[in-house]
Design a protein. Structure first.
Length: 78
């Protein structure tokens, strides 16, 4: 494999991961405080985790908080 191609692939993957992280961070920031409270989660903790730990913090948010936020959001809108 050509070294230039490998660098290009790594760059594309890095940019994609950064954009995914940014979109998830924006989603967490835009989620209403009432929905966080209804889910029993702390918004500040997850935001700080995502900013300081990066992708690991974002994965923790996706696995732990997001499903609870979605179920809390669906129950508060009905």
């Amino acid at each position: 494999m050509n070294a230039g191609l490998l660098v290009a692939i790594v760059a594309v993957v890095a940019i994609a991961l950064f954009l995914w992280w940014l979109l998830v961070l924006i989603e967490a920031l835009r989620t209403p405080t009432s929905q966080w409270k209804a889910a029993g989660q702390n918004q500040i903790v997850y935001i700080v985790l995502m900013v300081l730990v990066g992708l690991v913090g974002t994965i923790v948010y996706i696995v732990v908080a997001r499903p609870q936020l979605r179920s809390a959001g669906s129950s508060t809108t009905n």
